[in-house]
Design a binder for this molecule. Structure first.
Ligand code: MN
Length: 258
């Protein structure tokens, strides 16, 4: 008999976040769950790795660990130092709030899945849309469905899935999407501190709608579950030919002969 699969869970909202507990509840029937998550909220830390101080791992029992670091630290230390063998799947989430369009470059949730993918672990990032209080019920159903799929069938090479689910208790249709644009208006607030110095606080604001109907942003806006395959290669492959042919960059070598 083959042993049950091992599923590594992490997040960026921290070990005590309700979304992580709901994710564990949803995936528990699928295999052995190991949770390794930051000890506090690390939202918008992106793919940062802690290199300027040591990291402490605190075991909490029952395959649960917390680390005083980032989501990427949790995945890297988890894979290399905590788990005896690589997990069959990594799931990051369920993030309280969407991770859509350009915003995914800031996302700790998505970055944990990027880190897993870099190590060759099939990885999913899951977020629930809307604002608090979030309804995680549909996200739990989608988490179980997508995790079962990812355990049964390989993902495309070097690719993670960024999954965003409406905050609702009713079933939603799935749509495979591309990453859209998501710019924000009025998201930097300016005010005076008690000493009269101007300070700035980033957050909130209004997203500028992406009109592309095949995007993640649009799918969530019309109440669909958005599933976007994200790959690690950020190269604009058409840009290679453009820089060679229109900018003639490599011909510049002839003029100064390095
Ligand atoms: Mn978060």
């Amino acid at each position: 008999m083959t042993p049950p699969p091992t599923i590594l869970l992490t997040n960026d909202d921290g070990i005590h976040s309700p979304g992580l507990a709901r994710l564990q509840e949803a995936l528990a029937p699928l295999g052995r769950i190991v949770v390794i998550a930051p000890d506090r909220d690390n939202s918008a830390v992106s793919h940062s790795l802690t290199m300027n101080r040591p990291l402490k791992v605190t075991p909490l029992g029952d395959d649960r660990y917390t680390i005083d670091g980032t989501p990427t630290d949790c995945v890297a230390v988890g894979l290399k130092k905590i788990l005896a063998s690589p997990p069959d799947l990594l799931v990051s989430g369920i993030n309280a709030g969407p991770n859509l369009g350009d915003d995914i470059s800031y996302s700790g949730t998505v970055s944990a899945a990027i880190e897993g993918t870099m190590y060759g672990i099939p990885s999913l990032a899951l977020s629930v849309g809307g604002s608090p209080p979030h309804d995680f019920r549909e996200a739990m159903r989608v988490a179980a469905l997508m995790a079962a799929r990812a355990l049964a069938s390989p993902l495309p090479a070097d690719t993670l899935l960024n999954i965003n689910v409406p905050s609702t208790g009713r079933p939603c249709r799935l749509r495979v999407t591309r990453q859209g644009r998501r710019l924000w208006e009025n998201s930097i607030h300016e005010a005076l501190d008690p000493r009269g110095t101007t300070h700035y606080w980033i957050g909130g604001g209004t997203p500028v709608p992406d009109l592309g109907e095949d995007t993640d942003v649009h799918a969530l806006a019309i109440g669909l579950v958005s599933i976007t395959p994200i790959h690690l290669d950020l190269t604009n492959h058409a840009g290679i030919a453009y820089l060679r042919e229109s900018w003639c960059l490599e011909e510049l070598n002839e003029s100064h002969k390095p």
